[in-house]
Design a protein. Structure first.
Length: 123
């Protein structure tokens, strides 16, 4: 598993309201090891798509909860001294203030939801 800390994180909103979108198109257009794109904003929250392989750094969000939902593959979610393995169709909410990181030994596709102001790399 790579320890490369190079992340391609795009916080611009890719699709405005009333726009049909297909995450398969975003996934297919990506060839980065660690890609994160904000897809849409819904009220005060955003939905992001991650296509991940490798590991992220430990971080926390002081004021925002964060939802991880696995679309395909397996995601390891390290929270303090526990690791949760999520497979396709499974999700997990990390409460605000909790130190965590994601790891993907092989490519995984994840949807993430959080407050629009969340900084993906942590506070």
């Amino acid at each position: 598993m790579s320890n490369d800390k190079t992340y391609n994180i795009k916080t611009d909103i890719k699709y405005p309201p009333m726009t049909k979108f297909d995450i398969k198109d975003v996934i297919a257009a990506n060839d980065d090891k660690w890609f994160n794109q904000t897809l849409v904003q819904i009220n005060d929250s955003v939905l992001r798509l991650g296509v991940l392989e490798g590991e992220f750094h430990f971080h926390k969000h002081d004021d925002e909860d964060e939802l991880f939902y696995v679309v395909e593959g397996n995601l390891l979610l390290d929270i303090e001294d526990e690791t949760h393995e999520l497979g396709a169709g499974q999700g997990y909410v990390v409460p605000k203030g909790v130190v965590h990181r994601t790891r993907a030994p092989a490519r995984v596709v994840v949807l993430m939801a959080a407050a629009a102001g969340v900084v993906p790399t942590g506070d």
